[in-house]
Design a protein around this ligand. Structure first.
Ligand SMILES: Cc1ncc(COP(=O)(O)O)c(C=O)c1O
Length: 395
């Protein structure tokens, strides 16, 4: 069969692969606690569901929308970003995409030429590297040496080449839950401006920040940095809307126009009913989103000390956002006699019946990613199971 060489090089999503293995065991009736998931476990708030139902029943969701999205939704995105980040965008600088994931995909298609480099500070979300490859670029993993292992200008400078076209910054970060502070972002932003490197700011977890920590978007730091940045975000995580597939990219109007052109030949517009739902989410009362954020905070505060107390599980800094812990488990893998993190994770699934993702896919193979986007009861049971596993398997 003739399959494109570029496509054959793409790795399947490790998180989705682990998730489907887990679901297969659950389907067999095995009581697995699934901590692989990257999505809120809440249903979408009812007022948002109702807006979609009304759009369907009135008939207005029956039709194509502009490829870049409904004008009212592009305006709603501008209005919400103005509230949250104190930055004013014009609707011509916004494209609505089929999830932030497809927004990133389109963006790399538009900004990369053959063999351009994109810097990905470690650890990084699995899809960036594969999307960069699919756009003909090189994904360059950048070793991070700053505070809490965040990327510094020195780390970036060591990785910069004449082919460096963009850097992807994700804060709060999947998988580590770490949040970049304003001064860290400013330094990176100024470096990118000085070298004319585009900043792809993935702010998808911006509303999931805990324990009094403050989110700063890099676009809010100066006009020069904002002009250098493509801001990627969406409704999936804030409003428990992963299944609706609505994301946004904001930035330079010429880039957004090219992305709309490519989208018009690919998906066309994102699903109209989902766009009406997203308008309700962005313009409506934010109290349910805030309640979900508070539930994640409570879960983090419950399981963090328990995960930290597991022998051989090391987390130096308490995560400040998203809904993941990313402990280094090298000592636990050694203590239990497994050859590597993958084998350790497989044993956790098969014997402890707790599913997590090995850090390899995020560029840090000594780590595992634990999602706490599940009920507190399940999280507490998972912690007990992990503790029992460690107690019974240490050599
Ligand atoms: C860091 C990061 N960016 C982007 C996305 C994509 O979100 P969506 O496509 O659901 O909008 C995810 C989802 O897991 C993510 O973790």
């Amino acid at each position: 069969m003739a399959i494109s060489k570029d496509v054959l090089k793409v790795q399947p999503s490790a998180t989705l692969a682990m998730s489907s293995r887990t679901n297969a065991l659950i389907a067999k009736g095995i009581d697995i606690i699934n901590l692989t998931v990257g999505q809120p476990d809440f249903a979408t708030p009812k007022s948002i569901q109702d807006a979609a139902i009304a759009a369907i029943q009135s008939g207005k969701a029956s039709f194509y929308t502009p490829a870049a999205g409904l004008p009212a939704l592009r305006q709603a995105v501008c209005d919400r970003i103005a509230i949250e980040d104190q930055v004013q965008y014009d609707p011509s600088q916004v494209i609505i995409t089929t999830g932030a994931k497809f927004g990133l995909f389109l963006l790399f298609q538009v900004i990369l030429n053959e063999a351009d480099d994109v810097l990905l500070p470690e650890p990084f979300w699995v899809s960036y590297a594969e999307q960069v490859h699919l756009a003909g670029g090189n994904a360059i993993a950048v070793k991070t040496t700053g505070k809490d292992q965040k990327v510094t200008v020195a780390d970036l400078e060591a990785a910069r080449t004449p082919k460096t076209q963009a850097i992807v910054l994700n804060s709060p970060q999947n998988p580590s839950g770490l949040l970049y502070e304003a001064d860290e972002l400013r330094a990176i932003g100024e470096w990118a401006v000085a070298h004319n490197i585009l900043i792809v700011a993935d702010d998808i977890y911006s509303n999931l920040v805990y324990n009094g920590n403050q989110f700063t978007s890099i676009v809010s730091l100066s006009d020069a940095i904002r002009q250098q940045t493509l801001l990627v975000t969406g409704v999936s995580k804030t409003y428990a809307m992963t299944g609706w597939r609505i994301g946004f990219v904001l930035g330079d109007a010429a880039i957004i126009k090219e992305m709309s052109k490519v989208a018009s030949h690919a998906t066309g517009n994102p699903t109209a009913a989902s766009q009406y739902a997203a308008i309700a989410a962005l313009n409506g009362d934010q109290s349910e989103a805030k309640a979900m954020r508070a539930a994640f905070e409570d879960r983090l505060n419950t399981i963090y000390p328990k995960i930290q107390a597991l022998p051989g599980f090391e987390i130096n800094t308490k995560p400040q956002g998203a809904f993941y812990l990313f402990p280094n488990v090298k000592a636990a893998v050694v203590a239990t006699g497994y050859a590597n993190t993958e084998d350790f994770v497989t044993a956790l699934l098969d014997e402890a019946h707790v599913a997590v993702v090995a850090g390899t896919a995020f560029g840090q193979p000594d780590h595992i990613r634990i999602s706490y986007a599940t009920s507190k009861e399940a999280l507490l049971t998972a912690c007990d199971r992990l503790a029992d596993f460690m107690a019974s398997h240490q050599k």
